[in-house]
Design a binder for this molecule. Structure first.
Ligand code: P6P
Length: 281
């Protein structure tokens, strides 16, 4: 596992360099989820593949940017990753990230054994979730990631990231979001899952919601590459992660690029989500 995390450190440094120097234009192609790819999506995916396939303990990798996995003869871990989440935000100089879920045997939620994400923002930070959740920061002089602190969520927070197209929210979901704001929660949503969830984690509480909507009943965010890794991070940090009804890490998948409605947050906020969705089932 440590050798995978060391490889991700090298990946992060190389992707960060690419973000600063490469063309952010679009390519005339879409990924497996139908998202229009930018050149940096492809470059980042190549960087991840280059480093991860060299790691002895990696048996298979699968990218959000590709249809199918790449499998080796030997190894133990399966790594599902989003090489550059929110890449369309680079054009407006907002933070973006890379997400890695490390699984054994299969990509079911219950089989995730660790999660790592990297935020490329004013600083480059990496969060590693194993038994605990640890924050590291890149020292750009030494090119080393330095441990900063352990991350924990309090029982309740003050910020809210309400994703999804609002005109397509189910009425009961809108009422719930409005009630959080009526309580005084502050809106914190950039359209980048990684910085948005990183902010709630660093502020020690709150709620991020990307619900099912009338146009996308199964939500937008991908189980293997985005949702299960962040569910693992949030639960290890003392929070919860649900689809509105059940713990996200109890979910299975049918297709590699399946999506699910998802809510990540402190315990009290998630209790309110579960109560609301149960009442409106
Ligand atoms: P919307 C970025 O494209 C992404 O996959 C996540 O990073 C982000 O949380 C979500 O989509 C934003 O979606 O519908 O709010 O633009």
């Amino acid at each position: 596992m440590t050798e995978i995390i060391k490889a991700i450190e090298k990946i992060a440094i190389e992707i960060y360099e690419a973000i600063k120097t490469k063309d952010t234009g679009k390519v005339d192609a879409c990924n497996a989820s139908g998202d229009i790819q930018v050149k940096l999506d492809v470059i980042s995916d190549e960087i991840v593949e280059k480093y991860l396939l060299r790691v002895k303990s990696v048996k298979e990798i699968i990218s959000e940017e590709k249809e199918a996995p790449v499998t080796k003869e030997d190894g133990k871990y399966l790594v599902a990753y989003d090489p550059l989440d929110g890449s369309s935000l680079i054009d407006v100089d907002l933070s973006v990230g890379s997400i890695f879920g490390i699984y054994e045997n299969d990509y079911k939620g219950e089989n995730i054994k660790a999660a790592v994400y990297v935020v490329y923002g004013p600083r480059v930070e990496m969060v590693v979730a194993r038994d605990v959740v640890e924050l590291f920061r890149l020292n750009e002089k030494t090119k080393e990631f330095e441990f900063v602190k352990e991350l924990k969520l309090k029982e309740k927070g003050k910020i809210l990231g309400p994703g999804g197209t609002q005109k397509n929210w189910y009425p009961f979901h809108k009422e719930m979001i409005d009630s959080f704001f009526a309580e005084g929660y502050r809106l914190r949503y950039s359209g980048g899952m990684v910085p948005d969830l990183h902010q709630i984690l660093l502020k020690e509480g709150g709620l991020f919601a990307y619900p099912g909507t009338t146009d996308k009943p199964k939500g937008k965010l991908r189980k293997l590459f985005e949702v299960f890794p962040f569910a693992y991070v949030y639960k290890k940090a003392g929070g919860e992660a649900v689809d509105g009804f059940v713990d996200l890490l109890t979910l299975d998948y049918e297709n590699y690029h399946d999506t699910t409605p998802c809510f990540f947050g402190s315990k009290e906020e998630i209790i309110k989500v579960l109560r609301t969705y149960k009442e409106n089932k």
